[in-house]
Design a protein around this ligand. Structure first.
Ligand SMILES: Cc1cc2nc3c(=O)[nH]c(=O)nc-3n(C[C@H](O)[C@H](O)[C@H](O)COP(=O)(O)OP(=O)(O)OC[C@H]3O[C@@H](n4cnc5c(N)ncnc54)[C@H](O)[C@@H]3O)c2cc1C
Length: 407
């Protein structure tokens, strides 16, 4: 097989890249190779859709898939990329039936994202789940459908928190266990306290600052054994302890792999090789920092930039720069948590509490570099828009009713 642009990976970065090429360089041929059996679909609902609601794959599938197909974009599904030969401009593949193949390209875009971390203690155990793909979500939902089975979530981050919230909404008991004493602690102690309170007030049990050291079967069902000696009922376990970039297939490609695929500010990793999404580490000019982001909006934005640059290298146009303001949202217990910006942990945090939620503004000298909100949606939208450019503390301060600030 041969194509102008080959996109490896089948999620949001891939679909945005293909849409961009179809719009700006419609004469270029595009192939998307994904190891999933489904065309690209939305992942965020997988941890948020209520347990009694339908998880409908057709509704989650990106609407542009059909349009792209009609424009000649080819989706090669259930097929894994196994090797990238940069000099020969070729990707080798292995499909679900065991057949090998190869695709020659004019330019390639790597969008292979991330995969969940599964520590050795949990490997190959029954009823231990990760949540990344549609199949993971259907298997997990099926496992918890028997209300007599206890559920434990390991990891108090967004995926664990969101799934715990869907269980609590359904009136289920659930415990979140996390080694860290302060969940979301990188955003500061008060954010961690508000986040923990949100869960506790909604009926989720939290075991924080305690690690899982084993699992044991008891007459009452399986339990997690914690370092403190405590046990947590855990017939079903969701692991939400983080992800790592899916770069194993690139090990001998010669690309620089360092907690992701290293790219320049054009998302270029090598000659005619671009990357986008969770898998990328790149120097973001907006914050003058090298970063890798694991959130949907970044993957979408980078997909567009990488798609444009892959097309541009083939049409002779200049590359565009990838300068973004990282953003994420999370929905838990009926509250929207949002963050925009880039923080290192050294910022002063200025807090504004109100009856309708709280805002945390991250200040580095005279500059504001981030904002996190529990609800407070209207103010957040304004602050997020301001952060697109360098933002001074003087311009933000009047918008806040200050309560306290902490280094
Ligand atoms: C349950 C869940 C909820 C989320 N909720 C939110 C949210 O509320 N807000 C938010 O900002 N972000 C959220 N995210 C994160 C967001 O979905 C990711 O940032 C986004 O999906 C990253 O997109 P991507 O295209 O970079 O990679 P991914 O979505 O990781 O997709 C990579 C694709 O490449 C495929 N692939 C991997 N290796 C190969 C290979 N060798 N060959 C072929 N194909 C391969 C994978 O199977 C996958 O289809 C959530 C993620 C999950 C899992």
């Amino acid at each position: 097989m041969k194509t102008d642009v080959l996109v490896v990976g089948g999620s949001v970065a891939a679909i945005r890249a293909a849409e961009t090429i179809a719009r700006h360089a419609p004469d270029l041929g595009v192939i998307i190779v994904s190891d999933e059996e489904h065309p690209p679909y939305e992942r965020p609902p997988l941890s948020k859709v209520g347990l009694t609601d339908d998880l409908d794959l057709a509704a989650l599938t990106y609407p542009s898939v059909a349009d792209l197909q009609s424009k000649g974009v080819r989706f090669v599904l259930a097929t894994r990329a196994t090797y990238l030969d940069v000099a020969a401009r070729r990707v080798d593949t292995l499909d679900a039936s065991g057949a090998t193949g190869s695709i020659e390209y004019g330019a390639v875009i790597v969008t292979t994202g991330c995969e969940p971390i599964v520590p050795p203690l949990f490997r190959d155990l029954p009823d231990v789940y990760s949540l990344r793909h549609f199949q993971d979500a259907t298997a997990l939902r099926s496992a918890v459908s028997d209300r007599s089975r206890s559920v434990a979530v390991i990891g108090a981050g967004f995926i664990g928190g969101e799934f715990a919230a869907t269980l609590a909404k359904d009136g289920r008991d659930v415990t979140i266990v996390d080694l860290a004493e302060k969940p979301l602690g990188r955003f500061g102690d008060r954010v961690a306290a508000d986040y923990a309170a949100l869960h506790r007030d909604s009926g989720v049990a939290l075991k924080l600052g305690d690690g899982v050291v084993g699992l044991a079967d008891t007459p009452d069902g399986r339990v997690l054994q914690l370092a403190s000696g405590a046990t947590v009922p855990a017939d079903v376990v969701l692991l939400g302890i983080g992800v790592r970039p899916s770069t194993d297939w690139l090990a001998s490609s010669g690309l620089t792999l360092n907690n992701g695929v290293e790219c320049d500010e054009h998302l270029r990793a090598a000659d005619r090789v671009y990357a986008a999404g969770d898998v990328v580490r790149w120097p973001n000019p907006r914050f003058d920092s090298v970063m890798r982001i694991e959130h949907w909006t970044n993957a979408a934005e980078q997909g567009r930039v990488a798609g444009m640059n892959a097309a541009n290298v083939l049409t002779g146009a200049d590359p565009v720069v990838c300068s973004t303001v990282p953003y994420f949202w999370s929905d838990q217990h009926g509250k929207r948590i949002q963050f925009s910006g880039f923080i290192t942990g050294a910022e002063e945090i200025v807090e504004s509490q109100g009856p309708d939620g709280s805002l945390f503004v991250y200040r580095s000298g005279d500059a504001v570099t981030g904002v996190l909100a529990f609800e407070r949606r209207a103010e957040f939208v304004k602050l997020r828009a301001m952060l697109r450019r360098e933002t001074s503390w003087e311009s933000v301060e009047p918008m806040l009713t200050l309560v306290s600030s902490a280094p």
